[in-house]
Design a protein around this ligand. Structure first.
Ligand code: HEC
Ligand code: HEC
Ligand code: HEC
Ligand code: HEC
Ligand code: HEC
Length: 447
């Protein structure tokens, strides 16, 4: 929060709003007229600053603003660097988010008949592609009536998911749907058939045919060339929490933990402050006040085996096992990254995977070769900007071939890793995705 709010400004504005303006008269006066009849008493007016004080109290917005400085919504740098970007804006830029809410911008993909490629409709016009996430992003009616109702959330509507081209919707019901506000931004992004028609990948088709070839560098009919950056983006928490968004291979049934139906994001992420988490910091890390409220749990803490240590260790072990299975001739398909500044999920697997692929890319991953103990795969689509030496080196690396089982497992690994919570959001769904992916990869080895 970069703006300072002063009580002086508030008082001045209040006086103005109440219209307490002195008017002095300078016209010449004639003789006084007869007194008129007394009028009826008017209704009592509102106390000067009463409506303002419902929000402008030390424990209201003043406190929220102090907490908000610890929120990545405030200190994160992406809103600044992505300003002007019509495709990234809906989730990173304040004016763009309000635009997609107000205009109900569809999450669909449409066929462009001149290029014969599908394009993503979830974009905003360039004139609203700016703005850091601020109070008015989530409370878009502030100061429209100066009443407490102005704090209403910008949206609680069900979220049409962009990763599915709008074919699936998340509607989290707890607490009046307030989680849908978070999910509108905290949803994965689409993986598209970029080497074919550009439409979203058909996850159901991948899950139904695990042994089919997804990508063959020497074959035809490839839908997508795997790249270092082939990923579902960062905001997978909303999809895992809701129990949608994975490549659902057959096996253990896909069910959800109790949280999906009865808890809202805010219950755990905006509970009373503890350390630097809670309230308008939006962090859950290290804060168990939410878990222990409302009669849900009573003894949750970082040392509870049943509620914390065991489920998180199980998810970590399942991620480790899947990563170990995702190898070709002893080479990791998944990228390791021991740099804590760039790998936000460094603690979530033993080998420090970051969800990217182990494919040579001197532009997007210049440090890759130094970090990777297992070597790298050949990049199927070298950029023109590479040096000749980089192009030559690339050709010495082994090519990568992927089955549907491997591609689906990569997607599921990314979703669960980047959900951060290691099963706290939705243990049952996370474990089913990881275990069924492992079975699919092992079951199709050698095809
Ligand atoms: C529904 C809650 C709410 C009510 C009621 C409310 N405000 Fe605000 N006001 C806010 C919020 C939220 C901010 C932004 C605070 C920030 O950026 O730190 C704000 C900011 C302000 C600012 C700073 C300028 C700005 O836009 O950042 C002034 C001045 C102000 N309010 C005056 C008033 C006055 C006067 C009233 C009563 C007539 C009033 N407010 C009633 C929520 C409210
Ligand atoms: C307007 C879109 C938007 C909304 C609405 C939104 N977020 Fe975010 N959130 C983001 C973005 C974008 C970031 C990353 C910002 C950056 O790095 O610049 C983020 C970051 C976070 C982080 C920090 C993640 C990390 O990497 O440590 C948490 C926690 C979080 N949001 C929780 C929530 C919760 C809970 C809600 C609902 C109350 C919510 N967010 C609503 C877009 C949104
Ligand atoms: C569907 C919403 C959505 C769209 C569209 C989107 N992002 Fe994000 N992005 C998020 C969320 C939410 C986060 C934070 C997630 C978290 O940390 O859990 C995030 C995080 C990031 C981060 C990591 C920031 C950090 O904390 O280190 C980068 C970089 C980023 N986005 C870049 C982009 C770019 C570039 C685009 C457009 C090509 C884009 N995003 C489009 C939702 C989105
Ligand atoms: C990422 C979304 C988001 C942002 C940004 C945000 N809020 Fe909120 N705020 C919420 C949610 C969610 C609630 C809980 C509302 C509910 O449950 O109906 C809330 C509640 C409040 C309340 C009611 C009391 C409380 O603390 O629960 C105040 C006051 C408030 N916000 C002020 C602010 C101010 C001031 C800012 C900017 C400094 C701000 N908010 C930024 C989402 C947000
Ligand atoms: C049952 C409690 C709970 C609920 C409900 C919940 N979360 Fe979380 N969330 C957590 C915990 C615990 C972590 C991991 C904190 C850590 O790293 O130790 C977490 C991590 C995150 C992170 C990564 C940043 C961080 O705090 O480490 C994001 C982003 C996030 N959750 C978003 C959401 C969204 C969006 C929702 C609603 C769809 C949601 N969460 C619902 C408990 C919860």
């Amino acid at each position: 929060m970069k703006r300072q709010f002063s009580l002086l400004t508030l008082a001045t504005t209040a006086l103005f709003v109440l219209g307490m303006v002195m008017i002095s008269s300078c016209t010449k006066e004639g003789p006084a007229g007869k007194d008129g009849k007394d009028g009826a008493d008017g209704a009592d007016g509102m106390d000067g600053t009463a409506s303002c004080i419902t929000c402008h109290a030390p424990d209201g917005i003043e406190l929220a603003a102090v907490q908000y400085e610890l929120s990545k919504h405030s200190y994160g740098e992406e809103a600044f660097s992505l300003a002007g970007n019509a495709g990234c804006g809906a989730c990173h830029l304040s004016e763009a988010f309000k635009y997609v809410c107000q205009n109900n911008t569809p999450a669909t993909f449409s066929l462009n008949t001149s290029t014969n490629k599908y394009v993503n409709d979830y974009v905003v016009p360039a004139n609203v592609a700016y703005g850091e996430i601020n109070c008015g992003t989530c409370h878009s009616s502030i100061h429209s009536t100066y009443g407490p109702g102005d704090l209403a959330l910008t949206t609680v509507a069900p979220v049409s998911m962009n990763m599915w081209g709008g074919q699936k919707t998340i509607n989290l019901q707890a607490d009046g749907g307030r989680s849908n506000l978070c999910v509108k931004c905290h949803q994965p992004r689409p993986l598209t058939a970029s080497a074919a028609d550009g439409n979203v990948l058909d996850y159901a088709g991948i899950a139904a045919n695990p042994s089919a070839i997804f990508y063959d560098p020497d074959g035809t009919g490839n839908k997508m060339r795997p790249a270092y950056r082939s990923h579902v983006h960062y905001g997978s928490a909303g999809a895992i929490f809701a129990g949608v968004g994975g490549v659902e291979f057959a096996g253990t049934a896909y069910t959800n933990s109790a949280h999906t139906a009865i808890a809202s994001c805010q219950d755990c992420h905006m509970s009373p402050m503890q350390g630097k988490a809670g309230g308008h910091t939006f962090f859950a890390k290290g804060n168990f006040n939410g878990c222990n409220a409302d009669g849900c749990h009573s003894d949750a803490s970082a040392s509870s085996d049943f509620l914390w240590t065991t489920p998180r260790a199980n998810v970590k072990a399942a991620l480790d096992a899947l990563a170990a299975a995702l190898q070709i001739n002893g080479l990791d398909i998944l990228n390791r990254n021991p740099d804590a500044a760039s790998n936000l999920w460094i603690a979530n697997t033993t080998n420090k995977y970051d969800g990217y692929l182990n494919i040579y890319d001197p532009i997007n991953n210049p440090d890759g070769p130094t970090y990777n103990t297992n070597g790298v795969f050949q990049n199927p689509a070298p950029a023109n900007s590479w040096t000749q030496a980089q192009k030559d080196y690339n050709l010495t690396l082994p090519k990568i071939t992927l089955t549907n089982a491997q591609m689906g497992a990569i997607i599921n690994f990314q979703l669960v890793l980047r959900d951060y919570s290691q099963g706290i959001h939705n243990y049952k769904y996370s474990m089913a995705l990881l275990q069924n992916s492992l079975a699919a990869v092992n079951g199709t080895k050698g095809v």
